[in-house]
Design a protein around this ligand. Structure first.
Ligand code: AMP
Ligand code: ZN
Ligand code: FE
Ligand code: FE
Length: 280
């Protein structure tokens, strides 16, 4: 049984439609896939229809923006109630803040490169969560960089003078909101140092105390040693571990299904979550 619990569609910064992600999962021979767009559940309905059609099980999820001690923390939430008002208010705040942040980044970049907000807007599907990948696509379209990835190692890097942070809740607060919404909170790529500073084990212990359920261990941005360390930390704090691709369509080299999750862990997630897994 092949299970991939972390993918993005064009409801955020992936390049496939939600149905396209499901079809890609089916082509890759996956049995179960989670759709986890940044700060939105707007891809869920289309993905669920496609999942029933092509015979793949769908775990409805999201990757929510948060912070802990100045470090950006991506929190995967599985099977939460998408209408929970407490969680919605918090997530909508982060999503809105991303729009203002993207505008300011574009203003800064435009001082040195020909780039307008319209260039970026043209890369964002209607209603999608805006992120640096869309600015990257606009820079590629303008010919300033050859690929999304090269934009991330130069103009869009978190160390670049053009970089602007967005407002996001504390990870512990978000974990409590996810739990109250019936969701299952899992830290995404916790030791991915290539993305910037990472959380300490002390912080992970605090988040476990707040209700964190698991850690993503197997992920392209972890070295083999990182993955082992994540498993050791998880064991010390009573957390399960997952493995996933973080597929973004053509936007990143990550191949759907390149890392997978144990069926027993999926069973735990299903038992803890309020929403059901969509089964064909
Ligand atoms: P943001 O959330 O707007 O700060 O942008 C971060 C998003 O960009 C994450 O979803 C990453 O998966 C994506 N990202 C990070 N590094 C790269 C890269 N090198 N190439 C393409 N996408 C990336
Ligand atoms: Zn992304
Ligand atoms: Fe992430
Ligand atoms: Fe992701």
């Amino acid at each position: 049984m092949l299970i991939d619990l972390h993918t993005h569609s064009d409801a955020s910064d992936g390049t496939d439609s939600p149905a396209g992600v499901i079809r890609a999962a089916a082509r890759a021979g996956l049995d179960v896939v989670a759709l986890t767009d940044h700060d939105t559940t707007r891809g869920w309905a289309e993905a669920a229809d496609a999942a029933r059609e092509v015979g793949v099980a769908l775990v409805r999820g999201a990757e929510l923006s948060s912070k802990a001690g100045g470090v950006s923390v991506h929190l995967l939430s599985y099977l939460h109630d998408p209408g929970d008002v407490g969680l919605l208010a918090c997530v909508d705040g982060a999503r809105d803040s991303r729009v203002g942040r993207a505008h300011v980044m574009v203003e800064r970049i435009a001082e040195d490169y020909a780039l307008t907000w319209e260039d970026v807007a043209a890369q964002v599907a209607p209603g999608a969560t805006v992120g640096r990948p869309h600015i990257a696509d606009a820079l590629v379209a303008r010919g300033h960089v050859p690929t999304r990835s090269e934009a991330f190692t130069s103009i869009l890097a978190s160390s670049s003078p053009y970089y602007v942070a967005y407002r996001a809740p504390h990870a512990a607060e978000l974990i409590e909101l996810v739990r109250r919404a019936g969701g299952v909170p899992v830290l995404a790529h916790p030791l991915a140092a290539s993305r910037g500073r990472v959380v300490s084990e002390t912080t992970i212990a605090e988040l476990a105390e707040a209700g964190l359920a698991g850690l993503e261990a197997d992920h392209r941005d972890h070295t083999a040693a990182d993955s082992e360390r994540v498993r050791a930390i998880a064991a010390r704090h009573g957390l399960f571990t997952t493995g996933s691709s973080d597929y973004h369509g053509a936007g990143k080299p990550n191949l759907i299904g390149e890392h997978t999750t144990d069926p027993e862990v999926l069973a735990q997630i299903e038992q803890l979550g309020r929403m059901s897994v969509v089964r064909p």
